[in-house]
Design a protein around this ligand. Structure first.
Ligand code: PEP
Ligand code: MN
Length: 344
């Protein structure tokens, strides 16, 4: 349930409501909106009786929250969350381009790709230092050395860094070096990791699990938010279906559904959805048309020699082509910004 305060409510009145909620054995979460403050009631089992709160001074109304996710829900927060990564805004009316290799392989590889995607308007660089691989014999990532390379990329190019942490120990290091912690599809329900990311001081990019419903995905985001970190970016990356013409099936309808259900930004990773380079540009266009707040795309200058996911990585000139093709689909403001980032 949500206790909505009147726009004249004082800090004291808000504190009184928090105390009253805690007295009933619940957890209170104060949500400061533009107009007025609301207080979410968390950790209730079953419906909450509004009576003890309705008559308190400063309370305007109570609204039952029907969804199992609360902090993540539009019912609790009507306005879009804008996740700020340095001077880059993710969410709302903004559009963000994230690009880079699947894995950090060397300083030269990362810097070459970073300069190239930067010149095409990407503002955030992706690249795994810890790689979740199906086979234990495949390249597992450079670990902390990879994180150091990523820090160098930021220093040299001004790109912000997103990179995956597969467990809470890696989270400590990722938080030290990167600007966004990525939680991969395979880790979407690693609840210890979600709780740890929820205590991080930097935003979290939460990928949808490969067999997760939207509700399960949003509940994973709820874990992060319940620990105090509201800076969550959702990322659709395709789900497993019977189809074998692509690596996964990009669930484009997830975008309007998530935007209706939640105030959090939602971006698309067409690379892991498709698994094949020739599908990435059309699916990027489709994702933008469906209203994604951004794209995260794998790019490699020598994909044939890539240590992972070469088949789905765009060549730099294809990434430039992708940008050309999404530009007309963006809003006028988004287009102007991307063009500016591209020339800057
Ligand atoms: C990745 O983005 O590096 C990755 C491993 O993707 P996913 O978790 O979506 O498979
Ligand atoms: Mn990959």
């Amino acid at each position: 349930m949500l206790v909505v305060m009147s726009s004249y409510a004082t800090a004291e009145e808000i504190a009184q409501v928090v105390t009253a909620i805690e007295r009933e054995g619940y957890v209170a979460r104060v949500i400061k909106g533009g107009e007025r403050t609301a207080i979410g009631i968390l950790q209730n089992r079953g419906p909450v009786d509004p009576a003890p709160f309705l008559l308190l001074p400063g309370v305007k109304e109570t609204i039952p929250v029907s969804k199992p996710y609360k902090l993540v829900s539009r019912e609790l927060e009507l306005t879009d969350t804008i996740v700020q990564v340095g001077d880059v805004a993710v969410g709302g009316d903004h559009f963000v381009l994230i690009a880079g290799p699947c894995a950090v392989e060397s300083e030269e590889q990362a810097l070459t790709i970073a300069h190239s995607v930067r010149s095409q308007g990407a503002r955030i660089f992706r690249g795994g230092a810890y790689k979740p691989r199906t086979s234990p014999y495949s390249f597992q990532g450079l670990g902390e050395e990879g994180l150091k390379i990523l820090a160098k990329v930021r220093e040299e190019t001004g790109l912000y860094i997103v990179t995956e942490a597969m467990d809470h120990e890696q989270c400590n290091l990722v938080e030290e070096y990167a600007d966004i912690i990525q939680i991969g599809a395979r880790s979407m329900q690693n609840f210890t990791l979600l709780n740890r990311a929820g205590k991080a001081q930097i935003p979290v990019l939460l990928k949808r699990g490969m067999a997760a419903t939207i509700q399960e995905w949003l509940m994973a985001a709820e874990y992060i938010m319940s620990q105090g970190n509201s800076n969550v970016i959702l990322c659709e990356r395709g789900v497993r279906t019977f189809a074998d013409h692509s690596r996964n099936t990009l669930d484009l309808s997830a975008i309007p559904v998530v935007k209706k259900e939640s105030h959090l930004p939602v971006i698309v990773d067409p690379s892991h959805a498709c698994g094949r380079r020739d599908q990435v540009i059309p699916m990027s266009r489709a994702s933008v048309a469906a209203g994604a707040h951004g794209l995260m795309v794998e790019v490699h200058h020598e994909p044939a020699r890539a240590l992972s996911d070469g088949l789905q990585s765009l060549f730099p000139n294809e990434f430039a082509q992708m940008v050309n093709e999404i530009l007309p689909i963006l809003t006028e403001e988004q287009r102007a910004k991307l063009q500016q980032d591209r020339s800057g």
